[in-house]
Design a protein around this ligand. Sequence first.
Ligand SMILES: *Cc1c(COP(=O)(O)O)cnc(C)c1O
Length: 432
Amino acid sequence: MAKTHRSPLLDDDKKTIWHPYSSTHSEVPVFAVKSASGCLLTLEDGSQLVDGMASWWCAIHGYNVPELNQALCKQLDSMAHIMFGGLTHQPAVELGKKLVAITPQNLDTVFLADSGSVSVEIAMKMAVQYWQAKGQSGKQKFISLRGGYHGDTLGAMSVCDPVTGMHTLFSEMLSKNYFVPSPACAFSEPCLPEHLTELKTTLESHNENIAALILEPVVQGAGGMRFYSADYLQQAKALCQQYDVLLIADEIATGFGRSGKLFACEHAGISPDIMCVGKSLTGGYMTLAATLCSKDISDTISNNPPYAFMHGPTFMGNPLACSVALESIRLLLASDWQKNITRIEHLLKTGLEACRQFDDVAEVRVLGAIGVVELKQAVDMVKIQQAFVDAGVWIRPFGKLIYLMPPYIIKEDELNILCTAIFNVLNNGKYR
Ligand SMILES: *Cc1c(COP(=O)(O)O)cnc(C)c1O
């Protein structure tokens, strides 16, 4: 029987609230969550859903984590927030030191931001100010990969995939950047010279206008959930050096272990010039992101007019967010996270394998704690969302993609429930 999704709360929600990427007249059901703990979401009506999304990559330790709760409460006793202009505090400094220590070498300076999109804006502004400081004010454009996703603010949107990022809708508003094809070489496949031809020719022709190449290392997330060769990343880094263009690695989705390495850049053994982290940084507790850069970049910007990096969010370095981020990183590193991701990868591979038999399935792919079933056609969100909730799981497909990126603490039986729910939905056709 279909679980009910009507209540006074949901009626008010429908009247008042605009949900992400949605129409206020959408028929796609919305569900009210009363509480969340471990890998389970409890709905208003008391029913429970196994969470396959980790709240969009964030909740790596699951929900209601005692250690994270405690870190927040402890910080709350001393201060919730303090402006970051001219003032500092232990949680921000400790977090900065920790991020520098665990990210690829050469990333020495940390700029804290309040969301992933903002950290991308910051990265782009850093790149432009760097070249400006070196007397190359013409370098203000970016190259990015088709199929990429970097956020929803205007600068970030201008480097998202032009089609899925709806560039035509905002054509007068978005700055024009360069795009090269999404890497054709899949993860663990070799990357051939022709896979980088367009990147090379674009750099060759336009490097005088280009501040940076921005990409999601190895995993293209919201733009298509594709995994590409680490060789590509390595060779792209070499091309950036050859043509005097910075490399910005957007690790907002991949950071903190999701792809099997602590940061996806490690698959290629490269250090970017600028790196963005966010999403799972606080274990999904609070909004926080950071942009890290090399000392060369922070020194060059700081030693030249206007002798300042021109950015400063009001909630920069929020102490609550920094404290919970520190505790989340401590928890992750204290666990045998790499072995755990391998465990999840194995279970996802076995669990999703059976989906290959359906004619509507184009591809099944797994990397680290990310499992993707790509269909040949977009799903009907009204039907599939209800079907998943009826099956006791929280899985949120988009377009042709049904995917899992569960909390790292997920148990084998919970993962089986998620994989079986996907199989059953495909088997009984409740998605079209
Ligand atoms: C989610 C995401 C962003 C944007 O982060 P927000 O916190 O939603 O602003 C940017 N880049 C990547 C790769 C992401 O996955």
